[in-house]
Each structure stands twice: as structure tokens, then as C-alpha cells.
Design a protein around this ligand. Sequence first.
Ligand SMILES: NC(=O)c1ccc[n+]([C@@H]2O[C@H](COP(=O)([O-])OP(=O)(O)OC[C@H]3O[C@@H](n4cnc5c(N)ncnc54)[C@H](OP(=O)(O)O)[C@@H]3O)[C@@H](O)[C@H]2O)c1
Length: 291
Amino acid sequence: MRTTELSTTGIAIPIHGFGAMPLSIQGRPDEAVARRVLHAAIDAGMTLIDTANVYCIDDDDIGHNEALIASVLEERDDREGIVVATKGGLRRPKGAWHCDGSPRSLRRACEASLRALRTEKITLYQLHSPDPDIVFETSVEQLARLRDEGKIEHVGLSNVSVAQLRSAQTIVPIVSVQNRFSPWFREAADEGVIEECARASITFLAYSPLGGKRLSARIGSIPALVAIGRELGVSPAAVTLAWTRAKGATVVPIPGASRIEHALDSARAMLVDLSQEQVARIDAATFSTAK
Ligand SMILES: NC(=O)c1ccc[n+]([C@@H]2O[C@H](COP(=O)([O-])OP(=O)(O)OC[C@H]3O[C@@H](n4cnc5c(N)ncnc54)[C@H](OP(=O)(O)O)[C@@H]3O)[C@@H](O)[C@H]2O)c1
């Protein structure tokens, strides 16, 4: 397994994390399958697991993914080396995704996550998204308080701009930023978030690195990914993950999967590196997001 460091925390993480969301949202697999996928991902070296309280069906199911992970980890004797990163700041009324970054909600969410994860302290707690109805810094201040109280070890952000990241850093050390990043969606690179994270030694967790559920189905039909995959003897998905890593010194993609073969492929892709010429070919290729 190839590892890197979670920012400058001294905590070792693999260069690919596992995004556990598909195991708990609409269309999720049977619990027995979900458990096998998680074990397989960890066995293959993806010992950073990204979750959230809202990876579930709706508000009555909050904590589904966290409880699943906690229960799988209890079956293992290598729990110490596994980093679980969770998030707070959203709700799921009737299955919709709504922001809720009020200090009161964040505290309740964090305390519920501690219970669901069956832990005393959350290694990495991320603000899921800035809430347009709450001053951003007010949400971050609450995460700083939860850290001071020992409920959280490290604070991360998700779905933020460079300006928001810089503002948050004046309140509490930020060790990770989790934004969408794939060949289809390059805003994190275009708007400077990846560069800012590299400059500040902050881990950039690239979410939906395979394009998410809909676009990942097209990976095998993108000529540049297929051709480079053939050159290297790896899957087009592995090439896609290597491309995200090539875009910044601190980029760690967190691919999701609900099938074991996909989790294993994403883990094997940790061994894949692209040449500058291969990166440039993917940069220049067409990635349509049209339905
Ligand atoms: N912070 C945020 O706001 C936010 C938002 C979205 C996601 N995330 C995080 O990012 C993680 C990853 O994002 P995501 O799950 O949306 O999208 P993704 O990782 O880009 O794509 C997942 C999809 O790709 C398929 N797949 C996985 N490995 C594959 C492979 N080797 N070859 C072909 N297809 C493959 C999966 O299929 P199967 O399911 O059939 O295996 C699944 O449909 C999530 O699990 C979550 O932890 C965070």
C-alpha cells in the first residue's frame, strides 16, 4: 500500500481512500454485500474511509453508514490503523439533501456520529457544506469548539472556496478539504482550491473522482482513458484516479463502490502513475456531462 500523510498531522493514510456513500444511500446493496465490500476495500489497503451522518435514505435513517462501518470495524483486529472521516452539516428530509450548519445542529450531529461510530473521538470531522443561511465562520467556530472539547481530533471542510478555506484557517487548523474533482468536473483545479491545499499542506480529498454514479458508467467509452489503460495494463477507472492524483501534491481520491470488484480495482489503482504526456492527453480529451 502506498501511503501519504493527512496534512501534517503525522497520521498515515493510503493515497486512495474509500468513499462509503454508495453502501447506504438510495439503491444501496444488501447489508451482507455492503459488509463484504467494506472488508474487501480495507483488506486491499483503503484504510481511510469517508462517511457522513447523512449517508442514508432519509432523516429517519441518519447514521446508517457510520453504524455499518463501526460494526464492520468491530470484526477486525486492525482497527488502530484505519482512519474514519465523517461529516456533519446536512439533513435528509424525505430523502432530499438540505444544509444545516447551525452550531446547535452541528453539535447534535457530532454527538450522534460519536455514538454511531462507537468512538470517543472522531479523527477527522468535516463540515459537509457551508450553509447559505448561517455565517460560514459561525459553523467553523462550532467545529473548533468541538475540537477543544476533545470530541474531534482534526477539522476538515467540504464544498468550499479558497476564500472560505483561508477564513476557516484563521479560526482552527484545517487538515483537509473535500471537493468534487474528476475529469468531468475540474472546478477544484480551475478555481485554485487544489493549488491552495498543496501550498498549505492540506489534504485534498477528491470526491466523486470517477464522475459519480451516472458518469462513472461512461468511463469505458472515453477513448483517452481506454487507450492509456491499455498502455499501462490497467482499467480506465484506474487511469482516471491516477489523473486526479497527478493534479496536486496533496490530492487523495476517495472513490466509492457498491461492488467488490470496483473497490478492488480502485485499490489496485494506487500503484498506477501517469506520465506528463498521458496527463496532457486526458486534459485535452472531451468529457461531456450531457444526459
Ligand atoms: N462531500 C460531499 O459533498 C460528497 C459528495 C459526493 C460524494 N462524496 C464522497 O465521495 C465518495 C465517492 O463519490 P461517489 O461515490 O459519488 O462517486 P465515484 O467514486 O466517482 O463513483 C462511484 C461509482 O463508480 C462506480 N465505480 C467504482 N469503481 C469503479 C471501477 N473501478 N470501474 C468502474 N466503475 C466503478 C461505482 O459502481 P458500483 O457502485 O456499481 O460499484 C459507483 O457507481 C462518496 O462515496 C463519498 O464518500 C462526498
